[in-house]
Design a protein around this ligand. Structure first.
Ligand code: AHR
Length: 641
């Protein structure tokens, strides 16, 4: 077998050589899983998701809108409104931004299509989508847009068509366009399509014989395929399915850095992300591309409901990434902005912002139990007064909510502290036992972001098998301390292939499909086998390294889980004894492994994924199991009734 230390840092290599070769290959380790002493209760929301629009995973990713530059507020770089990603269709058609024919104060311009007098055939506008428009056999698409015209009163034809001109789906508006803006909606059916394709565009056109000399104005286009749970303005279903399959129990949003803005005025402003799409205002995101806010606060809350995730609402806390802090005596309106956001989420319809929420279609208030104040505020030296101001205002109004701090400060207490780990293998191993002797003093830890960075943070590190095993060691350490480490999330969650600002990322996708990293499979297995109680494990012989383990039980499922990461390059045989536990003598093993640490999954090929097998125990409380080299394994045992 190939020695895997070649791709890692010298320090990590040294450590693994140590850990691999100091442990004799077999019979060295015996574990006793103790059900005869009380175990620690874990958090029911231990594994969850951290989400922000990074790596183009919001617009162009999980947000199901398939059209790009759909409201002409700004170009991709956040500068001038432009017609980028649109083109004119037909020999006598031209397009440009029209600043005099806006839809409303927010979308104060439009896309103008000019149909020349000499135009023949059709004339129209075409959008190239986000690196293409995916059309799938049997999928139904909902399209909408606002339009008005001078010199034309007929219908508008909507088509999805391939770049060679083949029409894949088509519909016509049932109403005629007039000289006042009105909203048009059509359904497009790809029933006749037999293959998935992405080299397509979205076209709205007219017969130029009838529209010669006309000007047609468009604003706020949408195109959605199948969305998760059929939500309007919802999530791209395949990506949402892949997130749901992680069994997440909480959802931290909307950042991350993308909450903060590079400058104070570029912060994520909740009120610009709610209401009808035509009333939403985009912003320059932190990750160097325009954010449309088509997916906003209410959409995130619906996502929490659909996935059954606890919302972790991260509020802007007066600090932006270029280093600006809102001065203490100017913080008032910013704190009020956060209070308004929370009232929008939780207030009755008698309140100002609760009523606003109801006007957006959601009468019933949401329950918000966790509120995070800022993100990585250790970057600033002003968190003390900022945290105090937000803490006082929020905890007075929401005394039952758990407040999450992101940096150490001395002004006020916190319920939960958000720790982030973007570490290499050596550092991940160091962190494995970090919380073992932490004060159990009533405050808790939230791992709001983690990821194993083989070559160091925060780029140029692969999402390979070795990183997955590093994650498994880390998660195992957190789960051993799941009485105080109550939430854990990988970051970044998603990346559009080729458009990333950060590596590694957990889920990769393009316009056509999604594929998954070893880190994804590790997180999924650790999350799916949720223990409500951590069982003490005595290692009667041997030490941690190269094996790292945790054991737990789940009362409802009546199961015991033993999770083991092996970072060594040899298989390891372990004797396992169950104290005061009797289990069925056939167990299930769910294993993530491979014969090289460098293995990476690609769009074309999944070489590392979970494999399931069964194994036989010697007796109802005693067995020997051989953990594969470089593996992450969950052993699942059914407790005898
Ligand atoms: O996950 C990427 C970034 O890492 C987050 O936006 C930020 O919180 C952290 O520094």
């Amino acid at each position: 077998m190939k020695l895997f230390a070649t791709s890692i840092t010298a320090a990590a290599a040294a450590l693994m050589f140590t850990s691999t070769f100091l442990v004799s290959p077999s019979d060295a380790l015996s574990l006793t899983v103790r059900n005869d002493v009380p175990g620690n209760a874990t958090s029911p929301i231990h594994y969850g998701l951290m989400y922000e629009d990074i790596n183009r995973c919001g617009d162009s990713g999980i947000y199901g809108q398939m059209l790009r530059n759909w409201n002409f507020q700004a170009d991709d770089a956040g500068a001038e409104p432009s017609v980028e990603f649109w083109s004119a269709v037909g020999d006598g058609a031209t397009i440009e931004i029209d600043a005099d024919n806006g839809l409303n104060d927010i979308n104060s311009n439009s896309l103008r299509l000019e149909v020349s007098e000499s135009s023949t055939g059709r004339a129209g506008v075409s959008n190239e989508g986000w690196w293409g428009v995916r059309v799938q056999p049997g999928e139904t698409y909902q399209a909408s847009f606002f339009a008005k015209a001078d010199g034309y009163t007929g219908n508008l034809n909507v088509t999805l068509e391939s770049t060679d001109g083949t029409v894949l789906a088509s519909a016509s508006t049932s109403e005629s366009v007039s000289n006042e803006f009105q909203k048009f909606e059509v359904t497009l059916d790809s029933a006749d399509v037999s293959d998935v394709s992405i080299d397509n565009s979205f076209v709205v056109s007219v017969d130029s014989a009838q529209a010669a000399g006309a000007s047609i104005y468009f604003q706020v286009f949408t195109l959605f395929g199948e969305t998760f749970e059929g939500r309007e303005n919802g999530l791209r279903k395949d990506l949402a399915d892949s997130m749901k399959a992680l069994n997440p129990k909480f959802f931290r949003f909307p950042g991350g850095n993308n909450l903060e803005g590079q400058y104070i005025d570029q912060r994520w402003k909740w009120n610009e992300t709610v209401g009808p799409l035509e009333e939403r205002i985009g912003r320059m995101g932190d990750w160097s591309y325009w954010n449309t806010n088509g997916q906003g606060l209410l959409d995130y809350m619906y996502m929490c409901e659909d996935f059954e995730m606890e919302p972790i609402v991260d509020v802007y806390a007066g600090y932006s990434l270029q280093g600006d802090s809102v001065p203490e005596d100017e913080l008032g309106p910013f704190v009020q902005e956060a209070l308004n956001e929370l009232e929008y989420l939780t207030g009755s319809t008698e309140t100002t912002y609760g009523a606003l929420r109801a006007s957006h279609g959601r009468e019933e208030p949401f329950q918000v139990n966790y509120i995070q104040i800022g993100n990585e505020d250790w970057f600033s030296d002003t968190y003390d007064y900022r945290y105090r101001a937000y803490y006082d205002a929020i905890s007075e109004k929401y005394p039952d909510a758990k407040i999450i701090a992101t940096a150490d400060q001395e002004s006020r207490p916190w319920d939960i502290f958000d720790d982030h780990y973007y570490y290499n293998i050596t550092e991940m191993i160091d962190v494995f036992s970090k919380y073992d002797n932490y004060d159990r003093n009533g405050t808790y830890i939230f791992i709001g972001e983690y990821g194993t960075h083989i070559n160091g943070c925060c780029d140029g590190s692969p999402t390979n098998l070795e990183a997955g095993i590093g994650d498994a060691i880390f998660l195992t350490g957190m789960e051993r301390n799941a009485d105080i480490v109550i939430m854990v999330a990988y970051a970044p969650l998603l990346k559009r292939e080729g458009q990333e600002q950060w590596n590694p990322d957990m889920i990769h996708f393009d316009t056509e499909k999604a594929w998954f990293t070893p880190s994804y499979y590790v997180f999924q297995e650790w999350s799916k086998s949720h223990a409500d109680t951590i069982l003490q494990v005595d290692h009667t012989d041997g030490e941690f390294g190269p094996l790292y383990w945790v054991a737990g039980s789940n009362k409802e499922k009546n199961q015991v889980y033993i999770k083991v990461a092996n970072i060594g390059d040899t298989e390891q045989s372990v004797k396992i004894n169950l104290q005061s536990l009797a289990v069925n003598t056939e167990g299930t093993a769910r294993i993530i492994t491979g014969d090289s640490p460098d293995l990476e999954n690609t769009k074309e090929s999944t070489v590392v994924k979970t494999e399931e097998s069964t194994f036989t125990l010697n007796s109802e409380s005693d067995f020997e199991y051989t953990f594969a080299a470089l593996s992450a394994t969950v052993l699942i045992l059914d407790i005898q009734q």
